[in-house]
Design a protein around this ligand. Sequence first.
Ligand SMILES: Cc1cc2nc3c(=O)[nH]c(=O)nc-3n(C[C@H](O)[C@H](O)[C@H](O)COP(=O)(O)OP(=O)(O)OC[C@H]3O[C@@H](n4cnc5c(N)ncnc54)[C@H](O)[C@@H]3O)c2cc1C
Length: 408
Amino acid sequence: MKTDVQVAVIGGGIVGVSVLYWLAKLGWTDTVLLERRELTSGSTWHAAGNTTYFGPYPKMTALFAGSIRTYLQAEKETGQSVGFHETGSLRLAATERELELFHDYAPRYEGLGIPFHVRSPEEVAALHPFIDTGQIHGAAHTPTDGHVDPTGATNALAQAARIRGASVERRCPVETIAKFGSRWVLETPNGAVTTEHVVVATSFWAREMLVPLGLNLPVYPTQHHEIITESLPEIAALDTELPSMRDSWVSCNVRQEQNGLLIGIYEEEPEFWALDGIPPDFKEELLPPNLDPLMPHLERLMERMPLFAEAGIKVANNGPMCLTPDGLPLIGPVPAMERLWLATGFNVGIGTGGGSAEILANWMTTGQPPKGLDAIHADRFGNDLSKDAALASIRKVYARGYQLPDRI
Ligand SMILES: Cc1cc2nc3c(=O)[nH]c(=O)nc-3n(C[C@H](O)[C@H](O)[C@H](O)COP(=O)(O)OP(=O)(O)OC[C@H]3O[C@@H](n4cnc5c(N)ncnc54)[C@H](O)[C@@H]3O)c2cc1C
């Protein structure tokens, strides 16, 4: 194990591995990633892998675009598949106002060279034969996004980073972080690692990890469900994979998974998990599903996509997912803690992890913060936000689901 490095990244989910990869690409290879168990052991292994280009915040669109680009680059460099399915996505306009907003967003995509179309209900029906378009006003269509295999992408990124000289240590939990002079010392059961820079990419574990340094990060685990249906003959009969669908009225996303449907739901009353501390014996297991709060959404989905009403549920997964009070990640240096960097708080870490890592790695290697991305700066909540206030905001953010801000 490397014991004296320029950068130690803690956490081997999609985000930490993406940071390791981008640092290596930018020439910083005196690096080691330390992972408590196996790569993807946190939220990454059970994510649906949705990676869309659609988003209401113009400055964030580049993060989404950068993520797919990052994963495909790693695939090219290693030959390891990231399982990208270019199905495209439909973001339904449940209201006239949503449709107006989609038209407002269009020039941004043109500027970035990302195909973006505002579709009529008839066009939506042609693209996705199972959506009942009777109650929608149209949709935003991003035809070149889709979904990846989160585990495949993580492994490809790790392999591509290793090829350039970076190291990955699995089964190596960081037990303490302390500063001695100008260097950080990370204690692990396999020995200490001394490093100039530390990147904390430990998702909802980051909070407890940094309390001993006097930090109060507002990142908490929320329970998030995804449902996978049995195969449906109507889907098996299709020639091409269905586009992903996102709908503010149902508050869910739906994509094709083999010959069934995979549905992710943002319910109105989200449940937190492990608010008094992540159990030390938590490995990578799922949480017991609780379907009752999901029922109103599933009933609405039966109206929006009547085919779903005919499907048996094969699996209901409930996994912990990290959230911050505004739903955006914490990226960048921690003030007053020289060379301690955060890459945590991701709730769409597959969709934004690769692009965010590119931004962080550029920031670290040039010393220049990214322009116009104050919304994701690690220090934006200060250090004094109470737990109650943070949880109240997270509840609202989660329950907002796919509703768009009226102004951006
Ligand atoms: C059911 C479900 C579906 C989802 N679907 C999607 C989706 O379709 N698209 C999308 O973009 N997002 C999705 N997400 C969210 C996505 O899973 C997360 O945003 C993403 O995986 C976060 O990646 P991460 O690297 O920040 O965290 P994690 O994957 O949780 O990685 C953190 C890592 O840190 C390690 N670690 C913790 N403590 C230590 C320590 N002391 N020492 C060393 N290592 C440590 C952990 O073992 C873990 O491997 C979904 C989430 C859930 C629950």
